[in-house]
Design a protein around this ligand. Structure first.
Ligand SMILES: Cc1cc2nc3c(=O)[nH]c(=O)nc-3n(C[C@H](O)[C@H](O)[C@H](O)COP(=O)(O)OP(=O)(O)OC[C@H]3O[C@@H](n4cnc5c(N)ncnc54)[C@H](O)[C@@H]3O)c2cc1C
Length: 331
């Protein structure tokens, strides 16, 4: 995918960063540039480093709120403000006038914002987007990842929530500073809004974020509680560690690492599943991975039905060999 449709005005919604935007947020800007001319909406302060990233990624206009920092609230006021941003974009002739497509992250808050915004705009909404065509047609993963369908909103504005690691090549950005436009927070929208009163930083593992990682190595009940080989392979590949619900429920790893219907949805380039049977609820969270490698002692395990490469064997034999070979080749 390499096209760009100059007549489309794409608004990319980004959470306000502490310092710089994350990889998945920058990918969303590239997805916007793939579809047309990009503006960004950031519901809180934009630090200098982040502002420079917006310019590098071809953002023509950045909309920010005046009157309140909306990142201090849950999503209601942000959705109301975004509807006003879309209305204000009428005046942005340099970007082609009114926004035609809104892109958000496929996170729980991204999806909730999309739903509220689409009600306000009377816009079609497509979630779980795994690929885009230049005319705005979205490929969406459905039925626990068993099928991929093509969907296109027929409303004047389309709202899409996009999974990380989208495989597309947008044209290089032209550069130049993004014009900043402030749009007031709608009157009364904060009166009944839930406010965030405190945040606690999670301890960092040093590994990439599970939802955004290009490589995920996940372990299940077959690890019998020893995630050592999983972590070592993940580290050799620069990947994140994931887990089945059985492993998380057993307390072997934190529930943050659970992949699946009631855990995180991941879409990496490479997903290595070790000691996981491949129940439908696990598949729901990882089936859109580009390449799936399964290591399981049972040749009849359902995980092999979706694996691109399957290894029947004991994970405690197979994974350390793979880790050693990767380290040897990288040395
Ligand atoms: C409403 C609902 C929501 C759910 N949500 C999720 C979810 O989000 N994520 C999720 O994962 N599950 C979820 N589940 C649970 C799901 O149905 C399965 O029970 C769970 O995924 C099983 O985890 P597992 O594959 O690790 O364990 P098991 O099914 O016990 O499989 C263990 C596997 O390890 C293999 N094995 C054992 N020893 C070794 C070894 N030494 N080397 C290699 N292989 C070995 C076995 O052959 C087996 O295939 C949900 C269930 C329900 C009802």
């Amino acid at each position: 995918m390499t096209a760009e449709n100059a007549s489309a005005h794409v608004l990319v919604v980004l959470d306000a960063p502490a310092d710089a935007f994350r990889k998945a947020q920058l990918e969303l800007l590239d997805a916007g540039r793939f579809l047309g001319t990009v503006s960004a909406a950031v519901a809180g302060p934009v630090p200098d480093a982040a502002r420079a990233q917006l310019a590098e990624h071809g953002v023509a206009t950045v909309y920010t709120p005046s009157g309140a920092d909306l990142s201090d609230y849950l999503v209601g006021p942000t959705a109301a403000w975004l509807a006003d941003v879309v209305a204000a974009s009428d005046a942005d002739a340099s970007a082609g006038g009114r926004v035609t497509t809104v892109l958000l992250e496929n996170s729980p808050s991204g999806k909730e914002t999309a739903a509220r915004l689409s009600v306000r705009l009377d816009a079609g909404v497509v979630t779980d987007v795994v690929a885009l065509e230049a005319d705005g047609t979205a490929h969406k993963s459905v039925l626990a990842g068993s099928y991929e369908v093509r969907a296109r909103a027929t409303t004047p504005v389309a709202v899409l929530t996009v999974k990380p690691n989208l495989d597309l090549s947008a044209a290089p950005a032209a550069g130049g500073a993004a014009a900043v436009v402030t749009v007031p927070v709608p009157e009364g929208s904060l009166a009944t809004a839930a406010r965030v009163t405190g945040r606690t930083q999670k301890p960092r593992s040093g590994r990439p974020d599970l939802s955004e990682a290009r490589v995920v190595v996940a372990g299940g009940r077959g690890t019998d509680g020893d995630f050592g080989p999983i972590e070592e392979l993940a580290d050799a590949l620069g990947g994140a560690v994931g887990a089945s619900r059985a492993a998380a429920d057993a307390g072997w790893v934190s529930h943050d690492l659970q992949v699946g219907q009631t855990g995180k949805t991941v879409s990496p380039q490479l997903y290595i599943s070790a000691g996981i049977s491949g129940a439908i609820q696990q598949k729901a969270g990882m089936q859109t991975s580009k390449v799936i490698v399964a290591v399981n002692a049972d040749p009849e395990s359902p995980v092999f039905e979706i694996a691109d490469f399957g290894i029947v064997g004991d994970l405690f034999d197979v994974l350390p060999q793979a880790t050693a070979e990767i380290k040897r080749r990288r040395a």
